[in-house]
Design a protein around this ligand. Structure first.
Ligand code: ADP
Length: 404
């Protein structure tokens, strides 16, 4: 039955990681969150689900080794118990890798599933979890359209000069080895919101957005399109992150294997899990903890923050090559939205771009508030813009469901 414009349009948004599942029911008309939660440690000893509904937080313990399918079953019972299924019109899935096949969100059918499987060879851990989420949700919500929203899709507008590696061309044509970029829904969303905040036409604006969470990436956005981004074939490339190294000399592989006897798996683990802020601070991957330690005088914590900001500023400056002109730098993600320290340190290294940092505005922008943190005289603005990937997914899913 077609969906009428007047009826509530709730979308269940699922974001499956390898051992976690984030979920929310979002009203696609206004972004209101009806219920939201997180299932963690799936497949391990003490899996659990915590969720927030009607401002009340609840924790459900799952049985040992229960994983995505059981978590989704528990979620279905919860949804039914609170009669939240009555207004559901679609399920939206965050899918990490869409390869070159997907330039926009897609209604899930057998062809889409095989294309996701194909792209999954580029990100096996994420891909496997995303597919598990999709099949479990198809079984649980058989009557609802399921829509895949890809982290990579927004970056498909990059041209080959930006997305190719300087490797033998056949690796690209035969195996799809190229830069794809991630965090696409977030970069897309904050660019649109920033254009609205600054009263600019998105189709005539040049932005650099910095999504700084546990994973971090920068995106150069020209006239509403991604023209370059810092992540690559996998989310490991580019910036220094919570536990990921970001860019390194690929010659390191040879050194680690021949001199230190590392296996491919150990190298992957080193670069993805043990590096970044954690590797340098030898303390934590959590920016807050590191900031507190730096303020208390910890030298390695200070070094970790300085490196994080230097490398971020360097990447932002590099993106002036495709952009040439800059309207605003956008900070988003847990760190970007909350850390005045990081924002100030980064902007102070980019003054020649015509951007600056207003101390009071910078201190005031936190805990989900949006705002301009540069002074009124700044030629290019600095903006804090909370991201909302769930809403982008809900919107896209609702739009596609309404077209059926
Ligand atoms: P994810 O990528 O898992 O979604 P988030 O976007 O939630 O991560 O970002 C998590 C990061 O945000 C952590 O490093 C955390 O320390 C940092 N963060 C959250 N609040 C603050 C704060 N007030 N000051 C500094 N960093 C913060």
């Amino acid at each position: 039955m077609p969906i009428s414009a007047s009826q509530p349009q709730h979308v269940l948004v699922l974001n499956c990681g390898s051992s976690s599942l984030k979920f929310a029911i979002i009203n696609a008309l206004n972004g209101d969150e009806i219920i939201s939660g997180l299932a963690e440690r799936l497949g391990a000893k003490t899996p659990s689900i915590k969720y927030k509904f009607n401002n009340k937080k609840t924790l459900i313990e799952l049985a040992e080794n229960e994983a995505h399918a059981e978590a989704i079953n528990t979620l279905v019972s919860l949804i039914k118990e609170h009669h939240l299924d009555e207004h559901l019109i679609a399920v939206g899935h965050r899918v990490v890798h869409g390869g070159e096949h997907f330039t926009e969100s897609a209604l899930i059918n057998d062809d889409v599933i095989s294309a996701i499987k194909q792209a999954s060879s580029l990100a096996p851990l994420h891909g496997h979890a995303n597919l598990l989420g999709i099949t479990s949700a198809q079984a649980a919500f058989a009557g609802l359209p399921q829509i895949a929203v890809f982290d990579t899709a927004f970056h498909q507008s990059m041209n080959e000069v930006a997305y190719l590696y300087a490797l033998p061309y056949k690796l690209y044509t035969d195996y799809g080895v190229r830069r794809y970029g991630f965090h696409g829904t977030s970069h897309f969303y904050v660019a649109g919101q920033t254009a609205a905040l600054l009263n600019l036409d998105i189709n005539k604006s040049n932005f650099i957005s910095a999504h700084l969470g546990n994973g971090c990436s920068v995106c150069a956005i020209k006239n509403g399109q991604s023209v370059d981004t810092s992540m690559g074939l996998t989310p490991l490339e580019g910036l220094m992150m919570g536990t990921r190294s970001g860019d390194i000399d690929p010659g390191l592989f040879n050194f680690l294997t021949t001199q230190l006897d590392y296996s491919a798996q150990q190298i992957d683990d080193l670069l993805n899990q043990k590096s970044g802020l954690l590797g340098i601070s030898e303390l934590s991957n959590d920016c807050r903890t590191i900031e507190e330690a730096a303020i208390a005088g910890d030298k390695k914590a200070t070094l970790a923050l300085d490196m994080f900001c230097y490398r971020l500023a360097k990447q932002i400056a590099a993106f002036m090559v495709p952009l040439q002109r800059l309207d605003a730098i956008i900070f988003t993600g847990g760190i970007g939205e909350n850390s005045d320290i990081i924002r100030e340190k980064v902007i102070s290294q980019l003054l020649y771009l015509g951007v600056n940092c207003d101390k009071e505005a910078n201190l005031a922008a936190r805990f989900g508030s949006q705002g301009i943190i540069s002074s009124t005289s700044a030629h290019s603005k600095a903006v804090v813009m909370p991201t909302n990937e769930e809403w982008v997914i809900a919107n896209d899913a609702a739009r596609i469901a309404k077209e059926l």
